[in-house]
Each structure stands twice: as structure tokens, then as C-alpha cells.
Design a protein around this ligand. Sequence first.
Ligand code: NAP
Length: 277
Amino acid sequence: MKHVSLPGGEKIPALGLGTWRMGENAELLQSEADVLRHGLDRGLQLIDTAEMYGEGGAELVVAEALGKRRDDAYIVSKAYPHNASYDGVIAACERSLGRLQTDRIDLYLLHWRGQYPLDETVSGFERLKTDGKIRDWGVSNLDADDMDELLGVRDGRKCAVDQVLYNLSDRGIEWDLKPKLADNSIPVMAYCPLGEGRLLRDASLATLADRHGCTPASIALAWLIAQQHTIAIPKTSRVERIDPIVSALDIELDDDDLALLDHEFPAPDGPSALSIV
Ligand SMILES: NC(=O)c1ccc[n+]([C@@H]2O[C@H](COP(=O)([O-])OP(=O)(O)OC[C@H]3O[C@@H](n4cnc5c(N)ncnc54)[C@H](OP(=O)(O)O)[C@@H]3O)[C@@H](O)[C@H]2O)c1
């Protein structure tokens, strides 16, 4: 596994699995847990979830997948903005811990900005850290201006990641957010790294996949994790799609490959609003 360093120095996996749209149907719990377990067996230890996904159902899937293997995994979960007051985020975390059947979340994120001031949420996160209920905290869907604000509040510089939408067909963060995060040694955690599946129909990805003897999914992920400070969290509900994800770790894109991708998916030439799903 390739690793990425958090600002505090801890190294975490550069590639993991998402769980959005899991846990919405109890009948699928076992098959969804099987996918995450298969990922763990293949070295995908980082699992991204949220109290929002399946209204807690995805966290139950994660618990089912882990069983007695908690220490094999690096769990990322997220609090709803309406739970991001000082007391609210502590209570939300405790509910997530209960569903996840664990005593700690490795990385706990504010899912997106809401009505509570960032310094209040950060105080709650720091309390959770002191109490050993989370190891690190971060944010999601914060743009460059939001990050300036966060970095200015007490303990704001302890932010470990910003999880944002980032993939070949949506490179807007490269204009301002990504450089700002890099300046502060804060990794980008790229969600929708496969463009929710749509990106994989692109002809240039198919060309490169043929060249490397892999799938378009592997190319899309290899492009992300080749970048410094970048973590990708693709999601699949199919066991047979785990191997193409893992294969991304073995692919080295050369200058010609990167030039083709830059031509097909140009870098931004100006600022744009942060993309969100
Ligand atoms: N912080 C946030 O606001 C936020 C927002 C969105 C997502 N996320 C996180 O990021 C994770 C990933 O994002 P995402 O799930 O939205 O999108 P994604 O990972 O870009 O794409 C997932 C879609 O791609 C399909 N897929 C996966 N492998 C494939 C393959 N080899 N060939 C063809 N299709 C394939 C999946 O279908 P199958 O399931 O049928 O394989 C699924 O429909 C989420 O699960 C969640 O954990 C966070």
C-alpha cells in the first residue's frame, strides 16, 4: 500500500473504499460487508463512511465487515453539520462509535459546513481527541476560503484532511484549494474518484487501460494516487470490482500517459466553485 502523511506525521493509506449508498437496505448488509471484507483482504484498510449514509446503516455494514478485525482497518466517519455544535458532535460521535462497534474512529470529519461556527466544531473534535474517541479530525466540502477561516481558528491547524470531490473530469480544486492544502501539508481525500462511474466510459481511459493491461477504473485511480498528498476512496458494491481498484497501486503512468490525460481532461485555467454532490 502507498501511504500519505497527515500533518501530524501519521501515515495513512492512499487508497481505500467508500460506503455511500451502502446500508440502505438491510437485505444487502451481508453482500455489502463482503465487499469491504474482500477489500480488507486485498489491503484496502481505509474505509470511508458517515452517519448520513443509510442514516447509520453504512456504519453498521462497516461493523459487520470488520467483526474482530477492527485493528486491520482505518475508519473515517463524518458528522452531519446539524450535529456539529460542541455537544452535538460529541453525541454524534458516540452514536457512530456504537454503530461501528468500536471505541475509536481514526479520522472524524465535518461532512460539510452548516450553521455552527467552525471554532465550536473544532473544540468538540479536540475534546473527542483528548478522550481517545477519535485519533484525528478533518473536514469535507470546505473550499479555499473556508480553509482560510478554519486555519485561523484556535486549533484549526490540527485539521488532518479536506475530503472533496476530485477526479480527472473535475479538477477545479487544482486552481486554489489543492495548493493551499499542500502549503499546509493537509492531504486531499478525493471522493467520487471514478466520477460516480460515468468517467469510466471515456475513450482515452480505455486507450490507457489497454496500454497498461488494466481497466479504466485502475487508470482513474492511479492518476489520483500518483499525486502527492492525495488519497482516493472509490466505492463499489461488487466484489469483482475490488481487484481493478487494488491494481491502481501497481500502475505507473508515464509522461505520454499524463499528457494524454491532461489533453482529454484539462487542468483548470481559473477559479471555480467547489464541486459537491
Ligand atoms: N464527503 C462527501 O460529501 C462525499 C460525497 C460523495 C462521496 N463520498 C465518499 O466517497 C466515496 C466514493 O464516491 P462515490 O461512491 O460517490 O463515487 P465513485 O467512487 O466515483 O463511483 C462509484 C460508482 O462507480 C461504480 N463503479 C465502481 N467500480 C467500477 C468499475 N470498475 N466499473 C464501472 N463502474 C464502477 C460503482 O458501481 P457499483 O457499486 O455497482 O460497483 C458506483 O456506482 C463514497 O462512497 C463516499 O464514501 C463523500
